[in-house]
Design a protein around this ligand. Sequence first.
Ligand code: ADP
Ligand code: MG
Length: 365
Amino acid sequence: MADRRIQKLEASVVNRIAAGEIIVGPSNALKELFENSVDAGSTSIDIAVKDGGLKLLQITDDGCGIVKDDLPILCERFTTSKIKTFDDLTSIESYGFRGEALASISHIAHVTVTTRTKDEQVAWKAQYLDGAIVPRGSKPKPQAGKVGTQITVEDLFFNVPSRKRAFRSPSEEYTKILDVVGRYIVHCQGVGISCKRQGDPHPTYTVRKEATHIDRIRTVFGPNVANELLEIKFNAKDRDNGVSSESVEEGKKIGLRKISGFITNANYSSKKSISPVVFVNNRLVTFDALRRALSQLYSGFLPRGGHYFSYLSLKIDPQNVDVNVHPTKREVHFLFEEEIIDFVCSQVQKALADVDVSRSFETQT
Ligand code: ADP
Ligand code: MG
């Protein structure tokens, strides 16, 4: 039974398998690249996409750039500038932390990086495959270019034919990319963002860095949503601002430091459901338990089958949050999850009910 013997897989096979877990599709790659640009302190991020990201994903930022001497190890696994020790994970502020994204992408696509820091007179360009610069042994080349980084990902999954075949519709993939980009547009105040399908005359989305959250919601989700928004605001440091001292104490007990965001009022009701735009400590997450609780709450305010919009940014004590539970980092776990959901819902309920009351007063007079 020679074929039953255990053998060590070749590194290239291991890396390609691992990459497929993190980069499930083009939108995961885009999310990783986008988060890197935000981590780099960018105020402008431009995205270009071809064939739903399978042919080309390009992201250009004006962030801090990458030091030229770091380029040779940029796409190696577990190389990062963001944490040094495991304990650093308990206070993590950045999106990235594992140093796996670029490495993963380089195992399943052709990656080109052009980058310049403020200390350089020129930009440096390098191409990568399987974690290293190609052609093997070559060095980054000087180029004209602005401070910041441009990363180009071409032919995603070119060496994973089964995965590639699974993406039958480029427009479906582009929709997923727009979903991710749209959510970041809403959240990332202070960052100008555009997203364009290559060849289209105009970008699908574009926001200036000065745009407010409401402007951003209008750009992505339309005026009908943007015209019917209520602000949600809670800060465990704030004793005034309409927040009762009991809520402040309660918030502190469950490690909830801050809630900010916007929700639609009871005048707005959509046939289409939009899953809540939720960020936990600046991380875009899917939070199904919160989605269910909000739907339940809104069903008391909206006509049957009506849907709401919500954007909520939660700040939770970082030591209560485990960010390292999901390969795509789309899920986080934290303590007091149920209590936090209840607390958020009580704030939403209050905002919705306040408007209801003032409206019934208006009709009385
Ligand atoms: P992580 O984000 O987990 O650190 P990545 O593989 O996504 O891992 O990136 C590796 C490193 O490359 C980052 O830690 C950062 O130093 C650098 N980097 C990647 N993208 C950019 C960018 N757009 N601007 C500046 N530095 C970047
Ligand atoms: Mg990263």
